[in-house]
Ligand binder design. Structure first.
Ligand SMILES: Nc1nc2c(ncn2[C@@H]2O[C@H](COP(=O)(O)OP(=O)(O)OP(=O)(O)O)[C@@H](O)[C@H]2O)c(=O)[nH]1
Ligand SMILES: [Mg+2]
Length: 301
């Protein structure tokens, strides 16, 4: 092992929808964390492992921080704050809006009181003119919290190349924590369920995307053919939501299934036979047992 090899953990934190998961996927070079235009897409701590000759960085993507409205929300906020405390480097992501809201202030306040290295990534630079960008950068610079500020556009790839070298400066010498071919520590079942949930986020609006959960009931490769059979259960919170998810003549659920199957086939490099089943679990997001069974266990964060 090269004794100049660096390694470390970097948490990615910030408000919902600022592009944390998009940034992670760009750096890793593959989709490890689902993305959508709805806030609160990421629900758990998700690792993405970056490797090059000189370093290994274990990124931890987290749920967007916002005031919780239910027990799941409380879990999500805890997942973000505890991840932040667990890493030497914190990469805080904001977008280009010049308004710093209450939660942003709260995050900045927490950051002020940690001794970790703090990098600010200002994302979505494609949305504003250059003069405005400079104003926003100096606004954050004036806070005196961040060791580095990196303006980027994850969507366009602008300046994204400078994130890893900047982080590298602050990493310490150390070995790899994961083998080179591991991109994330999520199980295959979790990744599949997330891809299905991403398509639900894409196809639905208002409360429905936030109130759905996907569980993989069966994942089996056929012995005689290159086909993977996947059965997934989609939980939603009300029978009215189930109706919307099914859609007129079953069109919505078919669309979700088709979009998910296409992506799963590309990921697994096999034909996928996907069956989706819908079930109602009233207000599961406020039920301790349900959320624990769905993998949101406070003891694990
Ligand atoms: N215009 C623009 N949109 C972006 C950029 N980066 C991400 N987005 C979009 O912003 C939305 C949110 O992206 P995500 O990566 O899911 O955001 P997130 O911060 O992980 O969100 P949560 O998981 O909900 O906290 C998606 O629609 C992205 O396509 C960018 O650089 N420019
Ligand atoms: Mg996310």
């Amino acid at each position: 092992m090269n004794n100049q090899h660096k390694s470390g953990f970097v948490s990615i934190i910030g408000r919902p929808n600022v592009g944390k998961s998009t940034i992670l996927n760009w750096i890793i070079g593959e989709k490890v964390s689902i993305v959508s235009n709805k806030p609160q897409t990421t629900r758990n701590r998700i690792s993405g492992i970056y490797n090059d000759e000189d370093c290994q960085i274990v990124f931890l993507d987290t749920p967007g921080m916002q005031n919780p409205r239910n027990k799941l929300g409380k879990y999500m906020l805890k997942a973000s704050t505890s991840t932040m405390k667990d890493t030497d480097l914190i990469m805080c992501v904001v977008d280009t809006s010049s308004y710093i809201g209450r939660m942003d202030k709260n995050i900045m306040e927490q950051l002020k009181h940690t001794s970790n290295t703090k990098i600010l990534v200002i994302n979505k630079m494609d949305q504003i003119p250059k003069e405005e960008a400079l104003k926003i950068i100096s606004m954050y610079d004036a806070l005196g919290i961040f060791d580095e500020i990196i303006p980027v556009s994850a969507l366009k790839g602008d300046n994204m190349d400078s994130i890893v070298p900047t982080l590298q400066k602050y990493l310490t010498y150390g070995p790899k924590f994961y083998p080179d071919d591991v991109a994330t520590d999520q199980t295959l079942k979790v990744m599949i369920s997330e891809i299905i949930r991403e398509k639900i986020l894409l196809y639905t609006d208002e409360e429905i995307p936030h109130g759905t959960m996907v569980q993989i009931e069966r994942l089996k490769e056929r012995e005689d053919k290159e086909i993977v059979d996947i059965d997934a259960l989609i939980f939603c919170e009300r029978s009215s939501h189930k109706k919307i998810l099914i859609g007129k003549d079953g069109r919505k659920i078919k669309g979700i299934g088709m979009a998910a199957r296409k992506e799963l086939e590309a990921m697994l490099e096999k034909q996928v036979n996907l069956s989706l089943w819908l079930k109602v679990k009233e207000n599961w997001r406020d039920n301790e047992n349900y959320i624990r069974n769905f993998g949101f266990d406070e003891k694990e964060i």
